[in-house]
Design a protein around this ligand. Structure first.
Ligand code: AHR
Length: 486
């Protein structure tokens, strides 16, 4: 087909805004995400500010993390926030039953989380406990965090050294309430959601964005029941979907990943498109104006843990393969910008499809990190009309912001390059540059010995001719092309 890989771009035809929040992160008390990955404590020899490691904060700032979801995940529904305030050494310990059965010392609690957000420049998405917590506990947490005036909880917060209230932008009412968060039926959770959210009071002028626990993958009935019974009480509803190469019980290794199963993993990631489409159709029935956001607050590849590591810690390496998963998934979110108001990749450091891996004082950035870097320009950018059929292994987004068009591509073929032409319908391109990350084999990754094996590089395999740019995308690549609007 001679029209294949020819994309017609109309920069003046705008298709909505890509929320920066789809670049959100998820940080749970799981394995070495918070402890080691973020929190080292004030006495650590690892350079830190108020106990939070500086190398990690610097790296996260560079990709402009807009929002961090915390404290879980499954952990959220057994987290009791009062255990995590007050003098550090006096805090109660608990057992993290979901994740390795390890003892949690609660050294990282509410104050430390907001300190992390402050240092990174990110907004806060707090996930409350419905599974094993009371309405009162949830209400008091919100009061503790956000009450400006005089109240029992604001008094307690002040006694613990924080005078000003913090800003909580997003609040989740339970996590995976159909599973680890209480094994509930949708009818039951819908009622609990209505009840709990009533007491998630607004103590500030700015509204708190309330998120209901949504479906697991393709549980369309859950979505229907929740929307039917609780839509007016929510601002967003979550969706969780992880990319797996095989069945849940038999996950594939991150290194030594069987290449013949590549397209099985890809299909699992691409399923996000169908899930968002079908869940949105159900949401449209009850919310035709698309007021309620679909919040994909857990996504990413879920592979086998690294040999010799705690199976409950979900520590996996990250390769060019994960970069392609990240790129094509972000492209899917962009396409659904109208409904997908936030997404949070699982997880930020040392867990599942992480941005960052640490080992003692060392830190490396993963290929996935570099995708978030390459995609920065899409945050709060205007999606533009970019139409055309591309090969079955190519995925792309075209947006504009501040006079620059950014076209990001993923070629997830393991063997073939793809040549793509962008033709601008409404004018010529100004100066064009490009950069990307590239692999030779799906296992290509960064290690502590070789931290820059997969890193962002300038890319020049493109030609500009007036209103046309032709770019050749190598196999296993993610590329962003930047063109001045002219
Ligand atoms: O991200 C790991 C876990 O996956 C989360 O805790 C849970 O919500 C999901 O099942």
């Amino acid at each position: 087909d001679s029209d294949l890989n020819k994309i017609q771009v109309t920069l003046n035809r705008e298709k909505g805004t890509i929320s920066r929040y789809v670049y959100g992160q998820f940080a749970e008390h799981l394995g070495r995400c918070i402890y080691d990955g973020v929190w080292v404590g004030t006495d650590s020899e690892i350079p830190n500010v108020n106990g939070i490691r500086q190398d990690v904060v610097e790296a996260l700032k560079a990709i402009q993390v807009p929002v961090i979801r915390w404290p879980g995940g499954c952990f959220a529904d057994e987290y009791h926030w009062k255990d995590g305030i007050g003098p550090t050494e006096e805090r109660a310990t608990i057992v993290n039953t979901h994740w390795g059965g390890v003892t949690e010392n609660n050294h990282f609690g509410t104050h430390e989380f907001f300190e992390l957000c402050r240092q990174v420049g990110a907004e806060a998405y707090i996930n409350g406990n419905v599974g094993s917590g009371t309405v009162q506990e949830m209400q008091e947490w919100v009061e503790y965090m956000t009450m400006d005036g005089i109240s029992p909880m604001s008094k307690l917060r002040r006694e613990n050294g924080q005078d000003e209230p913090w800003k909580v932008n997003f609040f989740g009412v339970g996590n995976e309430s159909w599973g680890c968060g209480g094994n509930m039926r949708p009818e039951y959770y819908a009622d609990l959601y209505r009840r709990y959210q009533t007491y998630v009071r607004q103590y500030t002028k700015e509204p708190l964005y309330k998120i209901a626990c949504g479906p697991n993958i393709d549980d369309y009935n859950w979505m229907d029941v929740l929307m039917k019974h609780a839509a007016p009480f929510m601002d967003g509803i979550s969706l969780h979907h992880y990319a797996l190469a095989s069945v849940w019980e038999d996950k594939r290794p991150a290194l030594g990943f069987p290449e013949k199963e590549w397209f099985s993993l890809i299909d699992s990631a691409l399923k996000m498109d169908e899930l968002i489409t079908r869940h949105s159709t159900i949401m449209d029935k009850y919310d035709p104006d698309k007021r309620v956001g679909l919040i994909v607050d857990e996504w990413g590849s879920w592979l086998a843990v690294e040999p010799g590591t705690n199976p409950g810690f979900l520590y996996q390496q990250n390769t060019i393969r994960d970069a392609m998963i990240a790129s094509l998934t972000l492209n899917i979110f962009h396409k659904h910008a109208e409904r997908v108001q936030m997404a949070n990749i699982a997880q930020m450091v040392n867990v599942l499809q992480a941005m960052i891996l640490t080992e003692g004082a060392e830190m490396i950035k993963t290929p996935t990190y570099h995708v978030f870097d390459l995609y920065k320009n899409h945050q709060d950018a205007t999606l533009v009309d970019a139409d055309g059929a591309v090969s079955g292994t190519t995925s792309y987004t075209v947006s504009k912001k501040g006079g620059v068009m950014t076209a990001s591509f993923c070629n997830y073929s393991l063997t073939d390059a793809e040549t793509v032409t962008l033709s601008r319908v409404d004018g010529e391109f100004g100066e064009v540059t490009a950069e990307g990350i590239f692999g030779n084999k799906t296992d290509d990754h960064n290690s502590f010995e070789n931290p820059e094996a997969v890193a962002k590089q300038a890319f020049t395999d493109f030609a500009v001719d007036g209103n046309e740019v032709t770019i050749t995308l190598p196999p296993m690549s993610v590329v962003s092309l930047y063109a001045m609007e002219n």
